[in-house]
Design a protein around this ligand. Structure first.
Ligand SMILES: Nc1ncnc2c1ncn2[C@@H]1O[C@H](COP(=O)(O)OP(=O)(O)O)[C@@H](O)[C@H]1O
Ligand SMILES: [Mg+2]
Length: 253
């Protein structure tokens, strides 16, 4: 069984078919890349998966469970977390605090703590979260920025903090929307490494990017969108030489 099964998903904005019967299967343990020119529907697909938009047609199931049109917070509770293209951080928190704020307690844990009435629970819990956050800052190469204000970060650093915040709750599936946007070649290489490490933590990753080279480098599978339709899919080396893909990027003559 595939971890995520997207079947015939449609999303319209007025007359525009932002997604036109898109089907994609995501295998557990993969880094699955989604490429496509600007406006091809990549972010809309993420929005449909994560409950930001309700699809107008089709279905989405996660580990065999139908999650089509489920509310965003409920999708997150199932273990699907994401980053946003124009990444927002909490401005008056430090990098460490921003990452700590990504923790989503499983439903019921608060109640359990209250019943047990352990006076040290909250403090102990916070200490645990802080340790975890520091570990994730190491993985994402952000340790040196632990106590900086998030408002002082440059664009590339903000992207990394978003990833760090998204993985602290150990999602099963992580959706990254343009994680390397606005980065130079060296930084893109670093992001690639970080994404591989995230996958090695046991998190399945879907990465959206218009940067073909980056996605071809690190993805196990690649799906290609163009004008809201899936035009190709396969291993990077196959997709790379697909004439439809070349045409979408080079423009039809
Ligand atoms: N909330 C919205 N309202 C109206 N049109 C939208 C909305 N979101 C996206 N679109 C349109 O849908 C198309 C796909 O957008 P998007 O998914 O953001 O593309 P991508 O992420 O591939 O660049 C674009 O034409 C965009 O203008
Ligand atoms: Mg987008």
């Amino acid at each position: 069984m595939n971890m995520l099964e997207i079947k015939g998903v449609c999303k319209n904005f007025g007359a525009l078919k932002a997604l036109d019967t898109v089907s994609v299967s995501i295998k557990a343990g993969d880094i699955h890349g989604i490429i496509g020119p600007n406006g091809s529907g990549k972010t809309t697909l993420f929005n449909c998966i994560t409950g930001v938009h309700k699809p107008d047609g089709g279905s989405i199931s996660f580990n065999g469970e139908d999650i089509t049109g489920l509310r965003a917070d409920l999708v997150a509770n199932k273990g699907i977390h994401r980053t946003f293209q124009a990444g927002k951080l909490v401005p008056n928190l430090t990098v460490l605090e921003n990452v700590m704020s990504g923790v989503q307690d499983p439903v019921g844990s608060v109640i359990k703590d209250t019943i047990l009435r352990l006076p040290f629970t909250a403090a102990k819990r916070e200490k645990e979260i802080e340790e975890k956050a520091r570990h994730i800052l190491e993985i994402t190469g952000l340790s040196k920025s632990t106590h900086r204000w998030s408002s002082d970060l440059v664009w590339a650093e903000r992207q990394l903090v978003q990833i760090a915040r998204a993985i602290i709750s150990e999602p099963k599936l992580l959706l990254l929307d343009e994680p390397a946007s606005g980065m130079g070649a060296k930084e893109i290489g670093e992001v690639e490494n970080i994404i591989r490490q995230v996958r090695d933590m046991g998190i399945t990753v879907i990465v959206v990017s218009h940067d073909v080279k980056m996605l071809m480098n690190m993805s196990d599978m690649v799906s290609v969108l163009n004008f809201g339709q899936k035009i190709a899919e396969g291993r990077p080396e196959e997709v790379q030489k697909n004439p439809k893909v070349l045409e979408a990027y080079l423009g039809a003559e």
